[in-house]
Structure formats: C-alpha cells, structure tokens
Design a protein around this ligand. Sequence first.
Ligand code: NAD
Ligand code: TYD
Length: 358
Amino acid sequence: MNDSILVTGGAGFIGSNFVLQWLAHESAPLINLDSLTYAGNLANLASISEGPRYRFVHGDINDRALVAGLFRRHQPAAMVHFAAESHVDRSILGPEEFIRTNVHGTFSLLEEAKAYWKALPECDQQRFRFLHVSTDEVYGSLGEHDPAFSETTAYAPNSPYAASKAASDHLVRAWHHTYELPTLTTNCSNNYGPFQFPEKLIPLMIHNALAGKTLPVYGDGQNVRDWMYVEDHCSAIRCVLSNGRPGETYNIGGRSERRNLEVVRSICAVLDELRPAAHSYADLITFVPDRPGHDRRYAIDSSRVERELGWHPQVSFEDGIRRTVAWYLDHQDWVAAITSGSYRDWIATQYANRGGAA
Ligand code: NAD
Ligand code: TYD
C-alpha cells in the first residue's frame, strides 16, 4: 500500500473542489474514478489534469472488475466516495438511477474495498480508510424549534434521494460492524460554491437572474437549510480522513441556517451590487408550486467533529455567497458550456408545471 487515495465522483461539484484542495494541500497522489454523468465535468479539473500526482479514470463505480483493478494497481491508503446521483428533484422524477448508483454502487465499492483491505498486511489494514460522503437529508425534516440533527438522530429519509443515501450509509455501517472494514461516514448539510451544477438552488438562481428569467421559489420559501461553503466541507473531509475514528459518523454543518427566500434575496442583493441592472434582481422572485414531500427544515449539530477533531467552518454565509456570485460572474463560459442541450431539457421538464419559471 502507498499513500495515494482513490476518489469516486471527483468530477462533480464537491468532488472537484476536493480534488483541487487535496492536490494543493497534500502530497499524496489521487486517482479520480468518475463516469461523467450530466453532473460530472472534467473542465473543473483542467488546472491540475496534467499533474504527476493526478490520474483520471473514466468508469462506473458499479464496474467491479474496473474498481478491483484500480485497487490492485494503485494500492491506495484510502478511498473517498463522492459519486452519487445528488439532486432531489431528479430523484422524484426518476428514482431508479439513484438506487443503481447510490445504493448498488456503494455496495460494489464496499465489496471491492473489503477484498483489497483483507489481503493487506496487518499494519496496512490498520491504516486503510473508506470514507463515505453522505448528507443531512437522511435524518428527515425538523420542526421550527427542534434541536439540530446529531449523529444519534434516527434516520427518517423522505425523498428517494435521501432514502438512497440512507441505504448507502447503512451498508457502510454494516461493512464496518460485520467485516471490520475501517469506514468513516460524514453527513453534511447543503453545500454551495464554485462548480455547482445550476440545477441546485443557489447556482440556478444566479443563472436565471443573469438571464433575466424568473427565480422559482418553491412553496412559501420558508423552508430552512443549513448552508456550507464547499471548501469548508472539503477541509472537514480531509480532517475526518486523517483523524476520524473507524466506524464513526461525523455530522458536518455550517452553522448557517437560512430560509430559502432569505438565500435568494441575499443572492439578488450581491448581484444588484456586482452587476447592477435597471431593476433589482429580487423583482424576478416568483413563488411556484411546492416540491412533493418537501422537507421543511434541516439543521446540523456539528459539535462532535468540532470537539473531537478540532474542525470548524471558516467561511460565513455572507462571505461565501459573495464569493460564489463573483465566481459565477467570472465563469460565464463554464456555465454556458454546461447549460446546453440536456440541461435545457431538464429545466423544461422540471419547471413545466411551475408557471414556466425558467
Ligand atoms: P454531483 O451530482 O455534483 O456529482 C456527482 C459526481 O458523481 C459526478 O461527477 C458524476 O459524474 C459522478 N457519478 C455519478 N454516478 C456515477 C457512477 N455510477 N460511477 C461513477 N461516477 C458517478 O454531486 P455533489 O453535489 O458533488 O455531491 C457529492 C457527494 O456529496 C454525493 O454523495 C452527495 O450525496 C453528497 N452531498 C452533497 C451535498 C450537496 O449539497 N451537494 C451535501 C451533502 C452531501
Ligand atoms: P436544492 O438545492 O435542490 O437542495 P436540497 O433539496 O438537497 O436541499 O434545494 C435547496 C432548497 O431550495 C430546497 O428547500 C428546495 C428549494 N428550491 C427552490 O425553492 N427552487 C428551486 O428551483 C430549487 C432547485 C430548489
């Protein structure tokens, strides 16, 4: 075994931010396995793609022969598993791919990681880690005054996406409990920042506002999410990978609960300042029919990772939103390249019954 890490889904939003951060801060090589779905984009990694410590492998996490070959060839010290179908609205319209990648794909990786790990010498077995990146959505929905989700909160997933991630978390737990595979699980709140595909709330709103399109707020806009700047999530994963206790789960949150309407208004205020138009962008806000089964509130208690591992988020919501809006303004070519054919089809389908919002 050497120091390298095998990452899955490293061409997606969080994965590519993680790959860039890893190569900037760590010395160990990184192998990125990604099947390049609509959400995967190698342009995110153009700045490091030729580097000697980075290797991209185009393939599916369900391809067990491929995964086994990667373990054999690269002898990694850890696997960091981001690959997933990640958008709740897509899971409502077409859940099957979520089961295939999130549940079965995680199972495939666990099986191949176990086979590799079992054959390692004992000292390497002790060092190896399988880090599974998951979400706070597995815990379900909170009432206005409920305490935030902790690592002991009962799972109560409500969307097909959340259910598929919950299933994958349970598999990871069982592979540790039964086979003693040294797993770590992180359950993080909503991320935002550079390279996020403009189907999720924040980049969709920036994209629509700049195009002069309406800003579709589901329901009454009072749903609450805890927002985390993506670089903070990536630093938390690196911290858990090096210091976390095998078999444990760690909740990662930004201590930044905001109502959706507040989030959209914050984006509009930054855009009004950085790219003034004749009218405030907030005039484009439109309330549209709610998402089915829409979780009301998520909030994360990240005191375990803060207390036990000394990790703390560094970027406030106000700072993060400003950086994010500025990034999208500076990277309109990146947005233009990914919002072609299939993106337009998705927007047309998703918002068709929501007053033509997009
Ligand atoms: P994303 O949708 O932007 O990227 C997913 C990546 O996985 C893409 O590069 C895609 O090509 C790849 N992929 C999908 N199916 C694959 C397969 N079968 N084989 C190989 N690669 C495949 O997702 P994201 O927002 O970067 O999320 C990454 C992880 O973090 C996911 O596991 C997600 O559940 C979790 N998470 C996301 C958030 C968030 O706010 N985005 C919050 C908490 C946790
Ligand atoms: P999203 O970014 O899809 O993340 P998640 O559903 O995983 O939390 O949505 C964040 C919140 O924004 C969620 O409450 C749904 C809401 N939302 C809208 O109001 N309008 C939109 O067009 C989208 C995509 C999301």
